[in-house]
Design a protein around this ligand. Structure first.
Ligand code: CU
Length: 106
C-alpha cells in the first residue's frame, strides 16, 4: 500500500505556521514508549512525534518501513508524517522493536 507522507525535522516545524484547518496530533516518545500508543486522525492531518527520551528512536511502519518511516530522532528532536489514506497503520521503533504504536486514519 502506498501511503503519502512527509517528514520534517523539528526546526522546520517550528518555522512553518501554515494556515490549516486540521489539528495536529502529538505523540511523545519517552521511557521507550510512544504516548499515546494509539492515535486517531483524519486524512491529511499531521502526526508529530517528539522524542523526550534520553535514547535515540524512530518511527518505522510495520512493513519494514516501506509505507513510512522517520529519521532517527535524538533527544529533543521531532518528526512528522501525514496520512492521506484511511486505514490502521502499525508502527514501531526499528532500534527497539518492542516499542509499538498505531495510527488510525478515518
Ligand atoms: Cu527506540
Amino acid at each position: 500500500m502506498m501511503t503519502r507522507f512527509a517528514a520534517a525535522l523539528g526546526a522546520a516545524l517550528i518555522a512553518a505556521a501554515p494556515l490549516v484547518a486540521h489539528a495536529d496530533a502529538h505523540v511523545t516518545i519517552d521511557q521507550h514508549m510512544f504516548m499515546p500508543a494509539t492515535i486517531i486522525v483524519h486524512p491529511g492531518e499531521k502526526v508529530i512525534w517528539m522524542n523526550k527520551d534520553s535514547d535515540v528512536h524512530n518511527v518505522t511502519s510495520d512493513d519494514d518501513g516501506k509505507s513510512f518511516h522517520t529519521p532517527l530522532l535524538d533527544t529533543g528532536e521531532s518528526a512528522s508524517l501525514s496520512f492521506a489514506t484511511p486505514g490502521t497503520f502499525g508502527y514501531h521503533c526499528s532500534v527497539h522493536p518492542d516499542m509499538t504504536g498505531t495510527i488510525i486514519v478515518r
